[in-house]
Design a protein around this ligand. Structure first.
Ligand code: 5GP
Length: 192
């Protein structure tokens, strides 16, 4: 999506450890009109998928997930993060390793909000090594629901998450794929 690539080039900042900071529109301040456009694009890309629910992880995925849910007229569920894994009760849960914080946390979804009738579209802001999306896939699996695919705003194509998920047969649609990111600048993978 050209508009997203342009926004990354003008507003993105490269931090240590191959982290892209896009706090001006996606990760801290939210450019509401622009995020609605990202949601509309995901809705267009997955219009054939008969989606019944969007699933994301708090907190950075929620805005784009809501924009997508609004465009598709389906509910949006966000997995909650907990630092301990001893939350018992009526929930699906799994452990995810955080790329940006380098720690493990438990993600939790209450059973009543995800069922085997659901056709779930996963949405997240970034795809790096794929751990966040793998965690969401596991929650959908525990619920016996179907994952129709994953929509990611920014995929870092130089990390292996996207390749790994696609090899498993997961449909991954990324609105911008960064091929290279260093002190000389940012380049994007050409997409059909
Ligand atoms: P993964 O689990 O695919 O390794 O990393 C994806 C998660 O880590 C996303 O949910 C996102 O919050 C965070 N993340 C990974 N890379 C970046 C990055 O370059 N910039 C920002 N802002 N977040 C990132």
């Amino acid at each position: 999506m050209k508009a997203l690539e342009d926004k990354i080039l003008t507003e993105g900042k490269i931090l240590q450890g191959s982290v892209l900071k896009v706090s001006s529109f996606l990760n801290h301040q939210l450019d509401s009109d622009f995020i609605m456009e990202l949601g509309a694009e995901f809705a267009r890309l997955f219009s054939d998928a008969d989606v019944s629910k969007i699933l994301t992880i708090e907190s950075s995925g929620i805005a784009i997930a809501l924009a997508t849910g609004a465009a598709m007229h389906v509910p949006v569920l966000f997995a909650k993060k907990h630092h301990t894994s001893n939350i018992l009760g009526e929930s699906y849960q799994t452990v995810v390793h955080s790329y940006t914080h380098d720690c493990d946390y438990t993600v939790v979804v209450e059973r009543e909000y995800l069922s085997q009738e659901d056709r779930v579209l996963l949405i997240d802001d970034f795809l790096a090594n794929g751990k966040a999306l793998e965690g969401l896939l596991e929650l959908v699996h525990q619920a016996g629901a179907v994952t129709v695919g994953a929509g990611v705003a920014i995929e870092k194509g130089f990390q292996n998450g996207g390749e790994h998920l696609r090899k498993q047969g997961i449909r991954v649609e990324s609105l911008a794929i960064i091929e290279k990111m260093d002190s000389t600048g940012i380049s994007f993978r050409k997409q059909p």
